[in-house]
Design a protein around this ligand. Structure first.
Ligand SMILES: [Zn+2]
Length: 313
C-alpha cells in the first residue's frame, strides 16, 4: 500500500534552508516513522524517494536504482573531484530491495528499513556529495529527499535499538561474478590487512569502526576474513563475495569498489552508533531473474542474521 507523504518535501525545503543558513547538513529533521507500520512503502509527492519502515536494526539504502527522468530536473553535466561523470544506473537494485523485504517478511515477519531512489543517475547521484547535482534546484530537492529519508530512518532505528547495521546496495559490471563488500578499504588495504599489517589503522578507517570503538575486543581480521564474517556467511550460501574467508581480497588488476559517499557518510564518527558496508552486487545468480533475486534475498536474510549474531545485535 502506498502512502503519499508531503512531509518529506516540506522537510526537504527546511533542510535546503538550514543548509543555506547553517552551511551544513541538518540531521535533526525526522519523518513520521513511529506512526508507520513496518513494511509499508511511503513516497514523497513526486515519487522520487521511496521509504519503507522497518522493525529490525538494519537500514538499506539503494541510491542508483532510479529509472525516472523528470523533465523539470536538469541532466547532470559537471564532473566530480576525480574528474568523472558517471551517469549509469544500477540495474534491478530496486527489485532486489523489494525481494529482500518480501523474503524478510515471509520468513521472519520482520522488515529492514529501506530508502530507495527512483530518479535516474543521469539526473541525480545519490551516492555523491550534493555538489554532484551541479546546482540544479530540482536535483537538490531529490538529493535532499533521499538523504533526509536515510537520516530519518537511521534516527528511528537508533531510537528503538540504540545501534544499526547500515548497507548501501549497488550493482557492478565487473567481470568477476561475486559480491564486492565495501568496508571503506581499498584492494591494496585489504591485501595488507589480510597479512595482518596495520590492522589497527584499517580497523579505524573501516566502515565497521564505530562498532569496533564500542566493542574494542573486536578483531577486524575476523570480521573481514574469518568464518563469522558477513563475507563468509553469504559465500556459504553459494553467493561468492570478497572480502570473505573463501576469497579474502581482489588480486592483480581486478576491479573492486571499496565503498562510496553513503558508506563513508553514514558510518562516520557523526553517526557513532551506525556501522556496516557497501554491497556491490554482480549480475549472475543475484539479479539476473526474479527467481534468483528471491533466492538471493533469502540467502541474504540468513547471512544477515548470522552476522548480527556475530556482532551481538
Ligand atoms: Zn551504484
Amino acid at each position: 500500500m502506498k502512502h503519499k507523504i508531503k512531509s518529506l518535501v516540506i522537510m526537504s525545503l527546511l533542510a535546503v534552508l538550514s543548509v543555506a543558513v547553517a552551511g551544513a547538513q541538518n540531521t535533526s529533521i525526522t519523518l513520521d516513522f513511529p506512526n508507520w507500520k513496518a513494511g509499508e512503502s511511503h513516497f514523497d509527492e513526486h515519487e522520487w524517494t521511496e521509504v519503507i519502515a522497518g522493525d529490525i536494526p538494519l537500514v538499506i539504502t539503494v541510491p542508483h536504482s532510479g529509472t525516472k527522468k523528470p523533465k523539470e530536473m536538469a541532466d547532470r553535466t559537471c564532473k566530480d573531484e576525480q574528474g568523472r561523470l558517471v551517469r549509469g544506473w544500477d540495474r534491478y537494485t530496486a527489485d532486489m530491495a523489494h525481494a529482500i523485504r518480501n523474503a524478510f517478511l515471509e520468513k521472519y515477519n520482520k522488515s529492514p528499513y529501506f530508502v530507495i531512489n527512483h530518479v535516474h543517475r543521469r539526473k541525480v547521484d545519490q551516492n555523491r556529495d550534493i555538489v554532484a547535482v551541479c546546482g540544479d534546484e530540482k536535483g537538490e530537492e531529490a538529493w535532499n529527499n533521499f538523504h533526509i529519508a536515510a537520516d530519518s530512518a537511521i534516527a528511528d532505528v537508533l531510537r528503538k535499538f540504540g545501534h544499526t547495521l547500515y548497507i548501501d546496495l549497488h550493482a557492478h559490471g565487473h567481470e568477476n561474478q561475486r559480491l564486492e563488500l565495501g568496508y571503506n578499504l581499498t584492494k591494496e588495504e585489504l591485501q595488507k590487512a589480510f597479512k595482518k599489517e596495520d590492522l589497527k589503522k584499517y580497523a579505524a578507517k573501516s566502515s565497521m569502526s564505530n562498532y569496533i570503538a564500542k566493542n574494542p575486543d573486536t578483531d577486524i581480521w575476523e570480521l573481514l576474513f574469518g568464518a563469522q564474517g558477513f563475507g563468509a556467511f553469504i559465500s556459504k550460501e553459494g553467493l561468492p563475495a570478497t572480502p570473505a574467508m573463501q576469497d579474502p581480497h581482489p588480486v592483480g588488476d581486478e576491479r573492486f569498489f571499496s565503498g562510496g559517499y553513503n558508506t563513508r557518510r553514514y558510518t562516520s564518527s557523526e553517526h557513532p552508533n551506525v556501522f556496516g558496508f557497501q554491497i556491490e552486487s554482480n549480475y549472475r545468480k543475484v539479479r539476473d531473474s526474479k527467481a534468483n533475486m528471491k533466492l538471493f534475498a533469502e540467502a541474504f536474510g540468513r547471512a544477515y542474521y548470522n552476522f548480527a549474531n556475530t556482532l551481538g545485535l
